[in-house]
Write a protein that binds this ligand. Structure first.
Ligand code: HEC
Length: 146
């Protein structure tokens, strides 16, 4: 090996070391994989949501049936929350049937809505009709308008 190839080998060794360190950090950092996991209680709530066909009338992130409102943020919406959700389950309303869930099941559904709510906002904008007849979208959690 000629003496003047040493700097290159040295440089490659350093790059390999940095690459190795980078991979180690990326794959060993908690929370790097942004997958939201539901707690066991929320999973039970999710099963209740599916088995009772809530989705045939309701949406999460806009997906589902359209007879009832989207429930993505029903947990944190102003004037809504656990008691409000349970009231609908207790009494039913209009086309929404009355359900006979146990208190535990109601809590599981509420926990499911809580954890779904924590994943984001839907829809994430409000539409405003301007005097010109154009629609202006105002994104939530943002100060600037688009
Ligand atoms: C047959 C259709 C239908 C089914 C099935 C149904 N709902 Fe509803 N739900 C509605 C309608 C319609 C409303 C809106 C009533 C109103 O406010 O006028 C509603 C309202 C709600 C609300 C209040 C939402 C809000 O933002 O005001 C909650 C919470 C809710 N339903 C939960 C559920 C859950 C949980 C299930 C399943 C266990 C379910 N619903 C099944 C039709 C349905």
């Amino acid at each position: 090996m000629s003496t003047n190839s040493r700097p290159y080998i040295f440089a490659i060794a350093i790059l390999l070391a940095i690459f190795g360190f980078y991979n180690y950090v990326v794959y060993n950092t908690d929370g790097y994989v942004a997958v939201e996991k539901l707690s066991p209680m929320a999973v039970k709530g999710q099963q209740l949501f599916q088995n009772n066909r809530c989705w045939s009338c309701h949406q999460l992130y806009g997906l589902g049936g359209y007879l009832g409102p989207d429930l993505t943020n029903v947990y944190s919406a102003e004037g809504k929350g656990p008691t409000y959700i349970k009231a609908f389950l207790n009494s039913g309303v209009k086309s929404m049937p009355q359900f006979t869930f146990s208190e535990e099941e109601k809590n599981e559904l509420v926990e499911y809505f809580k954890q779904v709510d924590e994943t984001g906002i839907y829809p994430n904008y409000d539409a405003e009709i301007e005097a010109t007849g154009w629609v202006k979208l105002k994104y939530r959690n943002e100060t600037s308008e688009h």
